[in-house]
Design a protein around this ligand. Structure first.
Ligand SMILES: Cc1cc2nc3c(=O)[nH]c(=O)nc-3n(C[C@H](O)[C@H](O)[C@H](O)COP(=O)(O)OP(=O)(O)OC[C@H]3O[C@@H](n4cnc5c(N)ncnc54)[C@H](O)[C@@H]3O)c2cc1C
Length: 330
């Protein structure tokens, strides 16, 4: 790891000013991604700006219309919050199925949204080809070991999977990300927060280098309140998703679906909303065969690589099973 300077920010505003003045600076949350990548030699900030001690940015507040989570709340705090468990259960499940208890105690929601891909070619600088790490160098995964890579949203420049769980649930339920920059605050819908790799895979989100996440806000809805996160992985804990699905349903008195939500994780370059599956469910009875049929629409346009073709069928089965399990909770 290269030597770096460290400072404790006096406020989010002062942290923004520091980032603005020093392009080598990076903000430090729990450090569970950033310090890891510094040790791997993937990134080498000259200055770490620690936010974690700042008061007033770790709140978890719910009212009738929305949940607002401060950027410094830990994964653990959000996962077990009574309002989150009751009114946004897929968020709680997604958090509890991510990382380990020790990591969740350290990691903050701002850092969680900003976590980087686990692509082995990105994380190991001894591989020369990685457009995310070294723009223009190529993508070793395209013709390398790509069993864990994405089948949706890929490009000729990058096939790295987005690894997070919580952002998948946030995508299903139309969250917005509050950010602060030198020109003041702005709000970014979660679906616009994660960028497709295209020809610029090193640009993963629309944040300017001197902008910070201050909070994430998730609307309340019947579908968010009746929701579920299913994560399928190679081992049952402490593992990233091979495929995951955040699903939600609102079911009318006649037993027919009036609202359906689904987003996929583990199979795409960003959290992947599946609106065609949602549309196919509206007006249908909440029955297993209906879910299985609608789930066949998931992962349309998938572009499998040599080793990850299994993810197309796995994504569809994960969506179907998530809905069946959710409907079974009624
Ligand atoms: C072994 C291991 C297993 C894991 N398994 C999973 C898993 O199964 N599922 C899952 O979802 N995640 C998993 N993770 C990832 C984990 O969730 C993230 O490392 C964590 O959420 C990052 O939060 P942090 O506060 O530690 O961020 P940091 O490491 O401090 O920061 C991460 C990035 O975000 C930036 N940043 C931090 N705060 C802000 C802010 N407020 N505004 C703007 N930028 C900011 C930093 O500069 C840095 O670039 C795993 C991590 C490890 C190490």
């Amino acid at each position: 790891m290269r030597p770096f300077d460290y400072t404790r920010a006096e406020s989010f505003e002062s942290a923004v000013a520091t980032l603005h003045d020093d392009p080598t600076a990076a903000v430090l949350g729990g450090g569970t991604t950033l310090v890891d990548l510094m040790k791997c030699g993937v990134t080498a900030p000259g200055l770490l700006v620690d936010l974690t001690h700042l008061p007033g940015h770790d709140g978890i507040d719910a009212d009738a219309s929305a949940l607002r989570v401060g950027a410094l709340a830990t994964m653990s705090e959000v996962a077990v919050h009574p309002q989150v468990r009751r009114r946004w259960p897929a968020m709680s499940e997604a958090l509890l199925k991510g990382a380990s208890q020790q990591l969740r105690n350290m990691a903050r929601i701002g850092g969680n949204l900003m976590q980087r891909t686990r692509c082995g070619y990105f994380r190991d600088p001894t591989f020369a080809e990685c457009n995310k790490r070294d723009p223009g160098s190529g993508c070793a995964a395209l013709h390398g070991e790509n069993r864990g890579h994405a089948v949706l949203g890929t490009s000729e420049q990058c096939v790295a999977t987005f690894p997070g769980d919580l952002p998948v649930a946030l995508t299903a339920f139309d969250a917005v990300v509050h950010v602060l920059g030198p020109d003041g605050p702005r709000v970014i819908p979660i679906e616009e927060f994660y960028l497709l790799p295209g020809d610029t895979p090193w640009r993963e989100h629309p944040l300017h280098p001197d902008e910070l996440i201050t909070a994430v806000e998730v609307p309340a809805s019947p579908a968010a309140a009746f929701s579920h996160y299913l994560k399928v992985r190679d081992r049952v804990s402490y593992e990233f998703a091979a495929a995951s699905a955040a699903v939600g349903l609102a079911i009318g008195a006649d037993g027919r679906i009036v609202d359906a939500r689904v987003a996929l994780g583990g199979v795409a370059t960003k959290p992947w909303r599946e609106r065609s599956v949602e549309a196919a469910l509206i007006g249908q009875p909440a029955e297993p065969e209906v879910f299985r049929q609608a789930a066949t629409l998931a992962a349309a346009g998938a572009r499998p690589l040599e080793h990850n073709g299994y993810k197309v069928e796995l994504a569809r089965r994960t969506v179907a099973r998530a809905f069946v399990e959710l409907a079974g909770q009624r």
